[in-house]
Ligand binder design. Structure first.
Ligand code: FCB
Length: 451
């Protein structure tokens, strides 16, 4: 076999705050991102998600584009504060109605909805009560999840609890670069880790209890990928070790997060790295966290090369000067889409989805009225080539979600970064399909055979 399986799923991904806009419409409450955007100096050029792509009002047009692309699946997230403006308590019917319409429209277009419950837009009202540090926070999340499950779980089958906990904890509560902008000591960040893992576990339970259809449930952490500089067994072993590793002063680890959630244990690597700073995980905690999952979603954009190095410790290799980089200055490393899924599957044994992958590029509308983005086509082609290779090596990757359908609000970078297959003019909200749209349409049409 040298192709993608017939049932391999092709999609794109977005998230609520990054595209919806309509920040006060129909009773939506504020999230930490609304507040963060209003704090001077936090987001590039003071950009905000108040309007974003105005997807809240234009979702039908956007689904029309998806249909034109031949998209098989679409990953989106729910804005917690549209459903529960105060984060808990009274439900806002209009919020649920929006996702109801969105779901119906997707299904009518023959597109399978993949729903993320939490993609970083935490309710300010709950943050002001201590947020993720509050022992009640896992329960707040599962109460919200239950409301969504009860409403949409008769139609949506595929669910992810949380997007990239490494980022919303590490950047939101560690470095302060993302909302809510806190800079907590490591022991407090680790307390949040534990609460977030409990929230995931209770969230899975809520989905299983609330959905009328039997759900397929996963989550979507960052894939922190180290790949071998050469194919030598020593380099491969070093890369594996680093991919399973933990630094002692940051959140960017696979195993710190996923060992409790998938394997029901604290990662030995995390114990070693953090020692006493780790909170206590009781058996009951681990039992709650480690709910059976149907898949492991993972977001992979880049990786870091490693060699065997002296003393078997492995050594990170510096990229050569002038290495290809995206507009975000992220290194172009297609190998990450081979080694990431491979190592993660070795440890967690679950079917995988690539829940995000893509690049930001300097795109604009040319004088011919089109948007030419050859770098995106080249980048995606290279990464998908590596994904095909790992699938052919027997790693069960079930689908791929390109980030992102539309150019959108890229968090602290505002509208500086353009990740879309579709260009958005934020002044007029005009959508222009980039060249990469035609290319991705063909990828889907040929079920990846042209890769
Ligand atoms: C990921 C986020 C996503 C988007 C991409 C570029 O970290 O999950 O929302 O910002 O990066």
């Amino acid at each position: 076999m040298n192709s993608f399986p017939k049932d391999f799923l092709w999609g794109t991904a977005t998230s609520a705050y990054q595209i919806e806009g309509a920040y006060k419409k129909d009773g939506r409450g504020a999230s930490v991102w609304d507040r963060f955007c209003e704090t001077k100096g936090k987001v590039w050029e003071g950009h905000t998600g108040k309007v974003a792509c105005d997807h809240y009002h234009r979702f039908r047009e956007d689904i029309g584009i998806m249909r034109d692309l031949g998209l098989q699946a679409y990953r989106f997230s729910i804005s917690w504060t549209r459903i529960l403006p105060s984060g808990r308590g009274k439900v806002n019917a209009k919020g649920l109605e929006f996702y109801d319409r969105l779901t119906n429209e997707l299904l009518q277009a023959g597109i399978r909805p993949f729903c993320t419950l939490f993609h970083w837009d935490y309710p300010t009202k709950l943050y002001d009560k201590g947020g993720w540090l509050n022992e009640e926070s896992p329960k707040w999340f599962s109460d919200f999840t239950l409301k969504v499950a009860e409403r949409l779980g008769d139609r949506i089958v595929d669910w992810m609890t949380l997007n990239e906990p490494q980022v919303f904890v590490g950047l939101g509560h560690g470095t302060g670069e993302h909302a809510p902008g806190d800079k907590l000591p490591i022991a407090k960040q680790l307390k949040i880790v534990r609460n977030v893992q409990l929230a995931h576990g209770l969230g899975v339970q809520a989905l299983r209890a609330g959905c009328a259809k039997r759900g397929r449930i996963g989550w979507a952490p960052v894939g922190v990928v180290f790949y071998p500089a050469t194919d030598s067994p020593g380099d491969i072993e070093a890369a594996r070790k680093w991919t399973y590793g933990c630094g002692n002063n940051h959140m960017f680890s696979n195993t710190l997060w996923s060992d409790p959630v998938v394997l029901g244990r604290v990662a030995p690597e995390a114990e070693k790295a953090f020692g006493k700073a780790l909170p206590k995980y009781s058996d009951a905690d681990l039992h709650t966290m480690a709910q059976r999952m149907d898949f492991y979603g993972v977001n992979i954009y880049q990786g870091t090369p490693v060699t065997e190095g002296p003393k078997g410790k492995g050594k990170v290799i510096r990229f050569p000067d002038g290495n290809p980089r995206t507009a975000f200055v992220w290194n172009v490393t297609p190998e990450s889409l081979y080694w990431g899924p491979k190592f993660l599957h070795e440890r967690y044994k679950l079917p995988l989805y690539i829940t995000e992958n893509g690049l930001s590029n300097i795109d604009w509308v040319s004088t011919d009225g089109k948007v030419h983005d050859p770098q995106r086509i080249d980048f995606l082609g290279r990464y998908l080539g590596e994904l095909k290779r790992v699938v052919n090596d027997g790693v069960p990757v079930k689908g791929y979600f390109q980030w992102s359908l539309l150019d959108n609000f890229e968090w602290a970078e505002g509208y500086k970064q353009r990740f879309g297959l579709v260009h958005v003019d934020y002044g007029t909200q005009k959508r222009t399909l980039k060249d990469s749209c035609d290319w991705y349409r063909n990828v889907i049409r040929t079920q990846g055979d042209m890769i």
